[in-house]
Write a protein that binds this ligand. Structure first.
Ligand code: DHB
Ligand code: FE
Length: 280
């Protein structure tokens, strides 16, 4: 039976890709962010996941505004990255796990989640950068197989916080029902508070972010009290990407302990967070 060995949530700001490409990890601007990954990487070396189920939002690379699934799951043998126009290098393809993907899709549809299944899927910075932070490409190909799960947080209407929590719970059940013996880590990428456009561009809300991060440890449905417009108000238009953190936590079921947390302002215009959780 497959086992979820932990969950990790992280921001996915494109500028991270530029910092990696230019080797800026030790620069004062970047060091507090990159240093946060060292304890998480040591922990990953201990728990040795075989597969990463990556909950993220596509920003217009694979899905554009003309066709926008609420929930999409990749079922490809590999996932390619492509130029998104941020000026960051594309990364080598990531290995998929089609059998586990199809199992997830079947289980989720059986659980009343109307999934768009994608046998071809380009993956953007929200997928590639968190993987590159956890398993740097300079050290070789990404060693884990991947299952991309894309949640629309880009074009309204967005799924509610409750729905994203429920999706995470269903992903957790699906992984546990997989007969293989894979060790699975669940990633949730995006956030924390940020707003890239409009009169509130640059908006961040550290008090809310910190309360949200703390809630994921011992009051994980706390954020489901908020509607999507309330989350936009509290965390910013793009801060609503915190829905991926919530879905990740939902997949873990039961109690968790914090492996490591980091919170740093700003990266680009973003309050950047990292949280690694292990089953209690
Ligand atoms: C930025 C943040 C994001 O989450 C994103 O997807 C794109 C850009 C930013 O802060 O620049
Ligand atoms: Fe984003």
């Amino acid at each position: 039976m497959a086992r979820i060995v932990g969950g990790i949530a992280t921001s996915h700001v494109p500028a991270i890709g530029r910092a990696i490409a230019k080797n800026l990890q030790q620069e004062p601007y970047w060091k507090p962010w990159f240093d946060g990954f060292q304890p998480v990487r040591r922990w990953l070396a201990e728990v040795r996941p075989d597969v990463a189920v990556v909950l993220y939002n596509d920003h217009g690379l694979n899905f554009f505004l003309d066709k926008m699934p609420t929930f999409a799951v990749g079922a490809a043998a590999e996932y390619r990255n492509a130029d998104e126009g941020w000026g960051i290098p594309t990364l080598p393809p990531f290995a998929g796990h089609p059998a586990l993907s199809w199992h997830l899709i079947e289980q989720l549809v059986g659980d009343a989640f109307d999934i768009t299944s994608c046998q071809e899927m380009l993956v953007d910075h929200a997928f590639t950068l968190p993987l590159a932070l956890l398993w740097p490409t300079a050290e070789g190909p990404c060693p884990v197989k991947t299952v991309p799960v894309c949640i629309n947080t880009v074009q309204f209407p967005l799924p509610s916080a409750r729905r994203c929590w429920d999706l995470g719970q269903a992903i957790g059940r699906a992984v546990q029902a997989w007969p293989g013996d894979e060790r699975v880590v669940v990633l949730g990428t995006g956030g924390l508070s940020h707003q890239l456009d409009g009169p509130r561009a640059g908006f961040m809300n550290p008090a809310f972010d910190r309360q949200f991060m703390a809630s994921l440890i011992d009051d994980p449905t706390w954020a489901t009290q908020y509607t999507v417009p309330q989350l936009v108000e509290l965390a910013g238009t793009q801060g609503v990407e915190l829905l991926m953190w919530l879905a990740m936590r939902g997949a873990l079921h039961g109690g968790v302990r914090q492996v490591h947390a980091n919170y740093h302002i700003p990266i680009s215009n973003t309050a950047a967070g990292l949280l690694a959780l292990a089953p209690a």
